[in-house]
Design a protein around this ligand. Structure first.
Ligand code: PA5
Ligand code: MN
Length: 177
């Protein structure tokens, strides 16, 4: 059995995987390349901790993990995840927020839309839907996710402006650009 710190988005037991994305890992993700280049490339943007009891690619298993997005901006644009489709397009996912405030950006072949993330918000991401999360607050945004072990991550398809909207702070106010 595993054990988690629900509110901190951390595993307390051994065996969790961990991945970290720093500013330097996110070339081309934010729209303001000049602002991105001038930043400390070691600055932490987000981390993910998850457990995979099933083999990746196995049909019928589930993965469970938390993402922590740090507060911050690149130019006017809030820190966010890269975003992805699932490699197996029909696979869905649940997210639920435990701390912080943010935005879930979703896009399918017809539209782009957003859902506000705040403690207790539960988000169902249907299959065929690209998803990205954005920290619009001043403290870490922490959410848990559950996804199928055969979903996979397709980052290539959403590269550069795929979502068609960007979540920004303009003159001190949250906006969509
Ligand atoms: O499975 C998910 O959708 C999440 O665990 C994400 O992988 C996580 O939030 C990090 O985002 P991304 O994979 O787009 O870098
Ligand atoms: Mn996903």
């Amino acid at each position: 059995m595993s054990s988690i710190d629900w509110k901190e988005g951390r595993f307390q037991s051994k065996g969790a995987m961990r991945s970290v994305k720093r500013i330097g890992d996110m070339a081309g993700v934010f729209s303001d390349a000049t602002a991105w280049q001038s930043m400390d490339q070691q600055m932490l943007v987000y981390s993910v901790e998850w457990e995979q009891r099933a083999e990746p690619g196995l049909e019928g298993g589930l993965f469970w993990g938390a993402t922590i997005i740090q507060p911050g901006k690149v130019g006017e644009e809030y820190f966010m995840t890269r975003g992805h489709f699932h490699m197996r397009r029909d696979r869905g996912e649940y997210y639920t927020t435990v701390q912080g405030i943010g935005m879930l950006v979703l896009r399918d072949d017809r539209a782009t839309w957003t859902e506000v993330m705040s403690p207790g918000s539960l988000h169902y991401i249907p299959g065929q839907t690209a998803h990205r999360t954005v920290n619009t607050g001043e403290s870490p945004l922490i959410f848990w996710a559950c996804w199928p072990s055969d979903a996979g991550h397709d980052y290539a398809t959403i590269e550069k402006d795929f979502f068609s909207i960007r979540v920004v702070n303009q003159d001190g106010a949250l906006g969509i650009a």
